[in-house]
Design a protein around this ligand. Structure first.
Ligand SMILES: Nc1nc2c(c(=O)[nH]1)N[C@H]1C(S)=C(S)[C@@H](COP(=O)(O)OP(=O)(O)OC[C@H]3O[C@@H](n4cnc5c(N)ncnc54)[C@H](O)[C@@H]3O)O[C@H]1N2
Ligand code: MOO
Ligand SMILES: [Mg+2]
Length: 411
């Protein structure tokens, strides 16, 4: 159908071509845990201590010695052990120690009996269930041994990783230095938010989306604002961005209109690696090299800019920072509950709502209009419906692939 889609390169080819040229940033810095959220480890982190650091009780109950409980006699309580206040006296034969969860077990203790499996008779304790040696004792180092690698190099630090480091008493962590990313929007029609809309103008959506996503990815964002569709202004913006940043991201002006100068600038000031992909939205994406930095020219349509950021810039930043985990979530096949419009020729990233149906099965529904100017489709969506390049319309009930949004697009 779309014969003008012949010759466009596939998304996989573009991703491979881009990633093959990049070398990870080698510079690292030490930061406090509080400042490390979203950053990526520069080297493996090993544990300085054992976890747990001492044998301790998993239950509130009684520390016992097996020899003492074999007769079934009531046993007097010889003392108490609390988390933070261990039992420190002599433990006489034929007695138990009252113990709380997390308290160090007293020397010689064979097991902890939870208090629900005991009865108290005249101040002494009777055990009412069989006791297994070692039960309810959490042994030193059963979670982590000293010297054990707890995080590999290239791990993003989030709500699972940072508390783990805190539990080991690690106050500082070596992370890859932040990627410096210069961004600007291009377009004579663009207006920043905060003023009434002038005749023929539209608000600048893209700089907001791009800088938010870059912040989430832990980058240093250099915001160069809105640049007019004018070669001199664009030349200056490109040069300034190239001077300051590792990566330069523009939006708009990357197609073939008479006010589209992005590609010309990239040709003039650097070298194009590829332009025009077989994806929808996002066809006119351009990637190349300026004097010092990598350049990504995102299309102006806001959905196209967000999709290309997600599918191409995100893997680029992952490679630069040495991230080991795949930047993009795995896709899965589910039934589509809606009819979808699709022309063969480009891999399509429609916005969908993935949910459980009444039968408990996952299914996906469209968010409605899918034009590359329809940014509202992102607000309800929680996934991309990824439709193969040569596929046509989809009827309700057909299988489709979905790619759940990762944290970049989720609130
Ligand atoms: N003859 C052709 N025309 C177009 C083609 C094509 O292959 N042949 N491709 C279309 C596709 S696909 C896309 S996507 C767009 C890409 O256009 P540009 O990257 O040149 O972007 P602009 O022309 O500057 O703007 C397009 C559209 O988006 C609006 N826009 C731009 N920047 C922003 C912003 N920061 N915030 C909100 N909206 C923005 C702009 O006003 C336009 O409506 O080209 C097609 N044309
Ligand atoms: O590729 Mo454009 O992004 O279809 O609108
Ligand atoms: Mg254009």
């Amino acid at each position: 159908m779309e014969s003008f889609t012949a010759g466009l390169i596939s998304l996989e080819e573009a991703q491979q071509k881009m990633l093959a040229q990049l070398t990870p940033i080698a510079d690292a810095e030490n930061v406090s845990l509080a400042a490390a959220a979203g950053r990526i480890t520069a080297k493996a982190v090993t544990s300085p201590i054992a976890v747990p650091p001492f044998d301790n009780s998993a239950m509130d109950g009684y520390a016992v010695r097996l020899a003492d409980i074999s007769h079934g006699e009531p046993l007097p309580v010889a003392g108490k052990a609390f988390a933070g206040a261990p039992f420190s006296g002599e433990w006489p034969q034929g007695s138990v120690i009252r113990i709380m969860t997390g308290a160090p077990v007293p020397a010689g203790c064979d097991a902890v009996v939870m208090q629900e499996q005991t009865e108290t008779r005249e101040g002494a304790v009777v055990i009412t269930a069989p006791v297994r040696p070692g039960q309810n004792i959490r042994l030193t180092g059963d979670d982590i041994q000293p010297g054990h690698v707890v995080l590999e190099a290239g791990t993003r630090l989030g709500a699972a990783e940072l508390p783990l480091l805190a539990s080991l008493g690690i106050a500082q962590v070596s992370v890859v230095r932040k990627v410096r990313v210069a961004i600007f929007s291009t377009g004579d029609e663009l207006q920043p938010v905060g003023e009434p809309l002038a005749e023929g103008a539209i608000y600048d959506t893209n700089r907001f989306a791009v800088s938010l996503m870059l912040n989430k990815l832990g980058c240093d964002v250099i915001d160069l604002g809105i640049i007019k569709d004018n070669p001199a202004a664009l030349r200056a913006a490109f040069a300034e961005a190239d001077r300051q940043a590792d990566v330069v991201i523009s939006t708009g002006g990357v197609s073939v209109g008479e006010a589209d100068f992005t590609k010309t600038m990239l040709e003039e000031l650097g070298a194009i690696s590829f332009w025009k992909l077989a994806i929808k939205p996002g066809k006119p994406f351009a990637f190349g090299r300026l004097s010092h930095s990598w350049f990504c020219g995102l299309p102006g349509n806001p959905v196209s800019a967000a999709v290309t950021f997600y599918q191409l810039v995100q893997p680029l930043l992952a490679k630069l920072t040495g991230l080991q985990k795949s930047a993009l979530p795995p896709r899965q096949k589910v039934r589509c509950a809606s009819a979808l419009k699709k022309s063969p020729g480009r891999l399509d990233f429609q916005r969908g709502i993935l949910r459980q149906n009444a039968q408990g099965e996952l299914e996906v529904q469209t968010t409605g209009m899918q034009g590359s100017h329809v940014f509202s489709s992102f607000a309800q969506a929680n996934c991309f419906i990824v439709l193969e390049r040569e596929r046509g319309n989809v009827e309700p009930g057909e299988w489709v692939e979905v790619e759940p949004f990762n944290a970049l697009l989720e609130a």
